[in-house]
Design a protein around this ligand. Structure first.
Ligand SMILES: NC(=O)c1ccc[n+]([C@@H]2O[C@H](COP(=O)([O-])OP(=O)(O)OC[C@H]3O[C@@H](n4cnc5c(N)ncnc54)[C@H](O)[C@@H]3O)[C@@H](O)[C@H]2O)c1
Ligand SMILES: O=c1ccn([C@@H]2O[C@H](COP(=O)(O)OP(=O)(O)O[C@H]3O[C@H](CO)[C@@H](O)[C@H](O)[C@H]3O)[C@@H](O)[C@H]2O)c(=O)[nH]1
Length: 453
């Protein structure tokens, strides 16, 4: 099938490459000329495991191409994916300006004849958006288009695998033609028996937000329980195992940490709250989810000030991990933004390392780097030179089994604040570290119940 994917970011590029891999003829269009130039030169602008060989192979075999000419790309395609960003507006609602700009381009480039066209919202968009896309196209043309909602559930860091072997494909349609075409398009991806769930468009649009909000709720719930564990001297790891083995709950997405980040959960929870309020539905569960998450991002800075005092002037801290999670260079809404800024604002200097997000960190922390508050290090051990303590913010694999003797020798004091619960508290204590993690030890002054037990 001839496919156009408009928006060649994390989602658009993965969708385009995976659809090319199954034999489709794909053109990826984006208004960012720099990005398209790099892609045409065979360079992948993001770090995403497995993506580079996929793009290379399909580029070489002529099944994928990249262009800034959005108009001709959508004019010649029979299936058009809209995969542009839907950032939060000032009120938290999803800003649809890029989506509707693409719809406008589709309408104004509609050929007078040729095969029927399917327009798919792949971007995460609030319920009711398909109707707005349809209206934007219809302003330019009398031709009918089949507008569908096909939300994407891929995770960064595992995007190619998630798209190739999805748990499910959700498709909101209101025509038999679109249902058949999308059934054919996705057939190679659901061969192993995972379902394509066809439904009405509104339900598909809501499904995406419901999935992300449910996952974000689990995380905030576990961070709340971690706070309780710290207050009474219990261990959130045991609680996680204790509840995750109940098959009604399941083991995934129950890891306490320093809050969820990334380009999706924070913005999608906000957008769903906005939709709920707009429609007069109580949003208090999600208000709580956000509140817990905002507080959780500051937990490590609080622990640092409990140990070193509110004024951190003259202190230096080593930081391992800046991306919002491992296996990605993405720093959008990363907890590291709160933690690193929090330390520097209190007078500290930070020496940080990330295996892939260095170039993003240069952008996000330009001011701190210029002022000397933050130094980015080539190697994770370089961060520890002259540092008072180490903070672990992202659970990258190379951080999991460090040379603890070297860590101890390099640190001014053997103090580690672990935001991702990488190590066993007892073993860390035996190794001579003052080790602070999330929800696994009673906090000084808050071990009320444990002390009285
Ligand atoms: N990143 C994820 O893991 C993920 C997963 C599922 C769904 N989503 C959703 O998918 C959408 C895209 O997310 P992303 O992370 O890929 O965003 P992104 O910012 O990485 O990419 C968006 C791209 O769209 C381009 N663009 C903007 N306006 C355009 C226009 N008018 N014409 C052509 N190109 C245009 C931008 O230049 C950019 O390259 C969002 O709605 C997001 O919520 C993201
Ligand atoms: O038990 C957990 C699991 C995750 N996280 C954090 O949650 C955030 C999001 O993680 P993850 O969901 O793995 O990453 P994303 O790439 O943002 O993917 C989410 O957002 C995408 C965009 O909508 C969806 O497509 C995916 O299904 C959904 O998992 C990260 O900061 C993680 O550190 C935790 O704190 N505890």
């Amino acid at each position: 099938m001839r496919i156009a994917v408009v928006g060649t970011g994390y989602v658009g590029l993965v969708v385009g490459a995976c659809l090319a891999e199954t034999g489709n003829d794909v053109v990826c269009a984006d208004v960012d000329a720099g990005k398209i130039a790099r892609l045409n030169a065979g360079e992948i602008p993001i770090y995403e495991p497995g993506l580079e060989p996929l793009v290379e192979r399909n580029l070489r075999d002529g099944r994928i191409s990249f262009t800034t000419d959005v108009g001709p790309a959508v004019a010649s395609a029979e299936i058009i994916f809209i995969a542009v960003g839907t950032p939060p507006g000032e009120d938290g609602s999803a800003d649809l300006k890029h989506v509707l700009a693409v719809a406008d381009t589709i309408g104004s480039n509609m050929p007078d004849d040729g095969p029927e066209k399917i327009v798919i919202t792949k971007s995460t968009v609030p319920v009711g958006t398909a109707a707005k896309v349809r209206a934007a196209v219809a302003r330019h043309t009398g031709r009918t288009v089949h507008v569908c909602s096909n939300p994407e559930f891929l995770k960064e860091g595992a995007a190619v695998l998630d798209f190739m072997k999805p748990d499910r494909v959700v498709v909101g349609v209101d025509s038999e033609y679109a249902r058949e075409k999308l059934g054919e398009l996705y057939a190679p991806f659901v061969r192993t028996g995972n379902p394509i769930l066809f439904m009405d468009i509104a339900s598909a649009e809501i499904t995406k937000y419901a999935a992300n909000a449910m996952l974000a709720t689990r995380i905030s719930f576990m961070n709340m329980i971690a706070g309780l564990c710290e207050a009474v001297g219990a261990d959130v790891t045991h609680v996680r195992q204790g509840i995750g083995t109940d098959e009604r709950i399941g083991p995934g997405f129950l890891f306490a940490g320093i809050g969820y980040g990334g380009s999706c959960f924070p913005k999608d929870v906000k957008a769903l709250i906005h939709t709920l309020r707009d429609t007069g539905v109580d949003a208090s569960i999600l208000d709580g989810v956000e509140q817990v998450n905002d507080a959780q991002k500051s937990v490590l800075v609080q622990r640092v000030t409990e140990r070193f005092g509110a004024d951190l002037t003259g202190r230096t801290f080593g930081v391992w991990g800046l991306s919002f999670k491992p296996e990605t260079d993405d720093m959008r809404e990363a907890p590291s933004l709160t933690v690193v800024r929090g330390l520097v604002e209190r007078g500290a200097r930070v020496r940080a390392h990330d295996p892939e997000a260095g170039h993003e960190a240069e952008r996000y922390f330009e001011d701190l780097i210029t002022s000397g508050g933050l130094t980015l290090c080539e190697h994770n051990y370089d961060c520890l030179e002259g540092a008072d303590a180490l903070l672990v913010l992202t659970e990258w694999a190379p951080y999991r089994n460090p040379d603890f003797a070297r860590v101890r020798a390099q640190l001014g004091e053997p103090v580690i604040f672990d935001g991702r619960n990488l190590w066993d508290p007892e073993r860390m204590r035996e190794a001579g570290f003052h080790y602070v993690s999330i929800g696994r030890q009673a906090r000084a002054g808050s071990a009320r119940l444990a002390a009285t037990a």
